[in-house]
Design a binder for this molecule. Structure first.
Ligand SMILES: Cc1cc2nc3c(=O)[nH]c(=O)nc-3n(C[C@H](O)[C@H](O)[C@H](O)COP(=O)(O)OP(=O)(O)OC[C@H]3O[C@@H](n4cnc5c(N)ncnc54)[C@H](O)[C@@H]3O)c2cc1C
Length: 311
């Protein structure tokens, strides 16, 4: 008989709680605002470690990101983290955004370089008076206020990076500048994450590398995102969604099964922290968190045995 999976045999005692965070994007219309807030209200009782709000390309959502973060602060008990990029802005402009967040009571920034104004694939040139990259921004933020700073990490290498080693050097520079957590680009093969984690730890980077999980609400869209983000889409994943273009109900069940398989395997390998790209939809993420043992009101309720790896 197969040994029981760690994720199915959570024992009290040598416990390490599961912690989750949720990523949202700022809504463009009143209807999207309603969808976002339905998702926030559904997921909030799971007591995430934090919820983050993205920053549109080139700072295009600056006001909307700010408004969403402020509303989360005003209307919920959640801890918001505001994403911020260096794109198309001077240091003084970015600094002013950071200062405004600190003033509004935001304690956590997700600091990013951002994509070039012309879109992914175009060469990136920093604004002449701006922050050059993620590490430079992290250093800038720590000069302005004492905030928690999370950064990005790329298990399959950032598309701009010449090598995995160069990519990990950038991660190390971000940690050295004061970042305390990295959140990964999404990935579908856990082996890619574990291989990356081994290389990161071998480089002396100790901060948590929290896996970013994308529940595949829409396979075509996910494939598109993946192509732009340099994330691979395995053939087995495509095969699972094959023939379901006109069958959203089955697609949703498959998406839940795929994501469940992925996160439970990560738990089996000792991962305890997860960041979910929610796409402003709660249902799949809620179901996966339930499988992880989270229950409304008590957050990280079901303890899991400590594993060797801490993501
Ligand atoms: C968790 C997460 C959240 C994100 N949130 C947002 C968001 O809210 N808004 C948004 O617009 N984007 C977001 N992104 C996407 C991100 O902005 C892009 O991937 C962007 O291209 C890189 O930003 P970074 O902070 O990862 O860059 P950095 O960490 O500065 O660089 C990423 C890698 O690219 C390489 N690199 C950087 N610059 C160069 C260069 N000039 N030449 C060669 N190599 C280079 C480095 O090796 C480095 O490892 C997010 C990504 C992740 C993983």
């Amino acid at each position: 008989m197969d040994p029981i999976r760690t994720s199915r045999s959570a024992k009290a005692g040598a416990a390490k709680a599961i912690r989750v965070s949720f990523e949202f994007f700022p809504p463009k219309t009143a209807e999207m605002e309603q969808t976002l807030w339905d998702a926030i209200r559904r997921l909030a009782p799971l007591r995430p470690n934090f919820v983050s709000v993205t920053y549109g390309a080139g700072g295009s959502t600056r006001e909307r990101t700010h408004a969403t973060v402020k509303r989360i602060l005003a209307e919920t008990m959640l801890t918001p983290a505001a994403h911020l990029t260096c794109v198309a802005a001077t240091r003084a402009e970015v600094d002013a955004v950071v200062a405004a967040y600190a003033q509004a009571g935001v304690r956590h920034i997700v600091a990013l370089r951002g994509d070039p104004p012309g879109g992914i694939g175009e060469p990136y040139s920093p604004h002449p008076g701006g922050y050059r990259n993620g590490a430079d921004l992290v250093a800038g933020i720590s000069r302005i206020a004492d905030l928690e700073v999370s950064v990005s990490a790329y298990p399959e290498k950032h598309p701009d990076s010449p090598t995995v080693a160069a990519d990990i050097d950038m991660l190390k520079a971000k940690a050295d500048a004061g970042a305390t957590r990295a959140i990964t680009q999404f990935f579908f093969e856990n082996s890619l994450y574990f291989r990356y984690l081994d290389r990161v730890r071998a480089s002396g980077i100790a901060m948590p590398i929290v896996p970013g999980i994308l529940p595949v609400q829409n396979f075509k869209q996910a494939k598109n995102f993946a192509a732009r983000a340099g994330a691979s889409v395995p053939d087995w994943l495509a095969a699972r969604f094959d023939g379901l273009d006109d069958d959203p109900a089955t697609r949703k069940l498959i998406a839940a099964a795929v994501a469940a398989e992925q996160v439970l395997d990560l738990v089996d390998h000792g991962v305890t922290d997860f960041h979910f790209y929610t796409m402003n939809r709660a249902d799949l993420v809620y179901a996966i968190c339930h499988l992880l043992g989270l229950r409304p009101g008590n957050g990280a309720a079901v303890p899991h045995p400590a594993g060797e790896r801490v993501g």
